[in-house]
Each structure stands twice: as structure tokens, then as C-alpha cells.
Design a protein around this ligand. Sequence first.
Ligand code: FE
Length: 187
Amino acid sequence: MKFHTRRRFLGAAAAFPFVGAAIGQDLPLTPECGPQSALTPRQTEGPYYTPNTPLRSSLVEPGSNGERLVLAGRVVSPRCRPVGKALLDFWHCDENGRYDNAGFRYRGHLFADDEGRFRLETIFPAIYPGRARHIHVKVQAPGRRILTTQLYFPGDARDGLWREELVVAMVSKREGRSAAFQFIVDA
Ligand code: FE
């Protein structure tokens, strides 16, 4: 599978210490992990995934006009153990509701640190016709199967794919929005 191949290819990059992993916000992670926790639900990939995304923790580029969003959280196992070095590959539409299907605007992957923590800087994606606002993501514990899903935001209009278990915790600050989410994956 392409994704696994790419992960091996990026092994050297993953070996460097992960910097800036502190979650650094007062938000509770949603959902909480406990004895009754279910795996993070899978969702359709949709038509706009592009493989071989750049390794980066910020998708903000010169010319990014959208409101800033920091999405941070953890990747844990069903027994609530941190999944170190989990791979997270994000993609979402731009401030006008469009996907970049030629290049990699608002696309990128990163690795969680040894405690399963991740932090992505990006913009708050626009809503495009027919969908609730969302961010697509693939999450993979090292050597395990890929979880493909979507994250949603509190207070937005819902659609047929929207699920409560996939809604991030979020606060708005002067400098932008902070969101938090905990992925529970096969590990
Ligand atoms: Fe989408």
C-alpha cells in the first residue's frame, strides 16, 4: 500500500526529535479515553485526497488569508496508551471552500511525538456547498492499518456525515482558533 511505502521512505525524517509537541492549551481532548472508549469512527476519504504530501506541521503559507487554527491533541490506543510516532496526514479546503488538487496547499503530514501528541497549524477551512465544515485526516500507528476520517467543529451546521464523536473541542482567541482532538486507533 502506498501509504506504508511512503512511511518507510520518510523513516529518516521521523527519526529526528519532534519539536514543539506541547499541546499548550486548556482544552479538554475530545473524546476522552476510558474503559468504554470506542475507536475513532472511520469516514469516507472523499474525492480529494492526494498522496505523498509534504512533511510539515504548518499548512499556513504566504497568502493564506483564513483565520488561523491550531489543531492539537493526542493519538492513543483503545487502552488509552499513547501511540508514539503515529502518522497524521491532513487535508482540507481553503478559505474559499476549494481544494488544491494540483499541488499541496492545505495538505501535509506530520508525526506525533513519543507521547502521541501532535500539533498542526493551519487555517479554519471554509464551508463548501453540500458539506458540514470539516478537516480530512488519515491516522496510522506505526505498522498498523490506516484510519481515514474527518473532523468537525462545534456550532456548525451538520450534514449526513457529521458525527458527534468527531467534533473537536474549540475556543476562539484573538489570534485565532484553538482546537483539540484525541484519536483512538488500532495500535
Ligand atoms: Fe472535504
